[in-house]
Design a protein around this ligand. Structure first.
Ligand code: NAG
Ligand code: NAG
Ligand code: NAG
Length: 383
């Protein structure tokens, strides 16, 4: 509406004076009103500056503090910053990086994010300013990673609600029903990274609650409208575990506890989807006493207290149509399918090697340009 504060101010001034003239007030009263108005504007400006300053302060990475012996004993990991320690809250939003799970020779490194991962985090943080976006990083990080991260991803840090927690897998799984899988079953899995990721996402939701998001997504609407204790259907008979919300204390917590207790016995290291989508689909049917014939495509809030969002909420383009995201002619078709979509999942396993050219009409790129433009246009001509 008003390009600058002074535009706004002069417009206000004009309307004040017109208003005063029509009332025929004395010039003393005119000045009094004007002064009051000026004071109000100054106060508002001051308040805004203070707020801005505070949000900046929050974004500054703190140096690790390890003074607490007890915590040191319980956790062998270096140290989280910004959100230290993680606390149970429905406003937690977790992104989990498990890419070096159980590799014995990983050297401590920097916090590595691809532009697509950074876009997932950025779009979610911008649309959900009240939420705490927590990147759970299980790879060892070098001591000064926070300084380097500040230089690499100022776009994320300046948002003020994004933080990193460096955490070892045994610590993440401790005090959960699946801690016993560390006896050798998890590290012998044929899919150690994927299965660790399955376990860690359920474990953080069980311990802290909040929302879990895969890193191959872009948020296009705020999480608030989605309610609590939900999961997304990927097809009419299959739930996916890439986007889930669990309250830290109520029925959602009970559900995740039952699912983890079942997983402790049913864990299967040789089947890729066994411990994520298959587990959660089976467990939800059981928990909510659904008829086996019942499909998920038009569900919603169930009597058991959990919500199943239909496929177009998070997975409007099914994985077998993933090429649509890269097809320059597909945008008009895709656009109309996003009316009720909150988060778009991009099937990284299938799409990671396909290139997006910055400025093209590829739908994945168009969505990124709209919801994470500073990341999309950063460094170079590919996204
Ligand atoms: C897997 O974990 C078990 C139990 O901690 C350990 O004894 C074993 O050496 C590990 N194996 C591999 C391949 O890391
Ligand atoms: C894992 O699942 C496969 C296929 O259903 C089955 O053949 C195998 O016995 C299972 N393994 C375990 C340890 O349950
Ligand atoms: C989505 O919304 C747009 C604009 O409101 C409308 O033109 C379009 O028909 C809608 N598409 C569907 C599939 O509902």
């Amino acid at each position: 509406m008003f390009k600058t504060t002074s535009d706004f101010y002069s417009a206000m001034n004009r309307s004040c004076f017109t208003h005063l003239k029509s009332k025929g007030l004395s010039s003393v009263k005119k000045w009094l009103v004007l002064i009051l108005f000026l004071v109000a504007v100054s106060l508002a400006a001051y308040y805004y500056t203070v707020q801005l300053e505070q949000s900046r302060k929050l974004a500054i990475i703190e140096r690790p503090i390890i003074g607490n012996k007890e915590r040191k004993a319980r956790t062998t990991y270096a140290v989280p910053f910004i959100f230290r320690p993680i606390t149970p809250s429905p406003f937690n939003v977790f992104f989990v990086e498990t890419s070096c799970a159980f590799q014995s020779s990983v050297k401590p490194g920097f916090l590595q994010l691809s532009k697509r991962q950074a876009c997932a985090i950025y779009s979610t943080a911008v649309l959900n300013p009240k939420h705490r976006i927590i990147i759970v990083h299980t790879c060892p990080l070098i001591k000064d990673y926070s300084q380097r991260w500040k230089e690499d991803w100022p776009e994320l840090l300046s948002l003020g609600n994004v933080g990193v927690v460096e955490a070892k897998i045994p610590w993440l799984l401790s005090e959960t029903p699946v801690a016993s899988l560390l006896d050798g079953r998890l590290n012998r899995s044929a899919y150690p990274v994927e299965h660790t990721s399955d376990l860690v996402r359920f474990a953080v939701l069980y311990k802290y609650g909040g929302t879990y998001l895969d890193t191959d997504i872009i948020s296009i609407r705020p999480l608030d409208d989605l309610g609590h204790n939900y999961i997304g259907a990927q097809e009419d008979k299959v739930l996916a575990s890439g986007i889930m919300n669990i309250n830290p204390t109520d029925v959602g917590h009970q559900f995740i506890e039952e699912a983890l207790s079942a997983l402790k016995f049913s864990f299967n290291g040789s089947v890729w989807a066994a411990n994520g989508p298959q587990l959660i689909t089976r467990q939800l049917r059981k928990f909510c006493k659904l008829d086996p014939k019942e499909t998920f495509d038009k569900m919603g809030k169930l009597d058991c207290g959990l919500t199943v969002h239909p496929p177009n909420t998070f997975y409007p383009i099914p994985y077998w149509e993933w090429e649509e995201f890269f097809d320059e002619t597909a945008w008009p078709r895709i656009k109309d399918q996003l009316n009720n979509t909150y988060i778009l999942h991009f099937w990284n396993k299938l799409t990671k090697d396909s290139v997006i050219y910055v400025g093209s009409q590829q739908p994945y790129g168009i969505i990124a340009a709209n919801y994470c433009s500073p990341i999309y246009y950063k460094n170079g001509d590919e996204f």
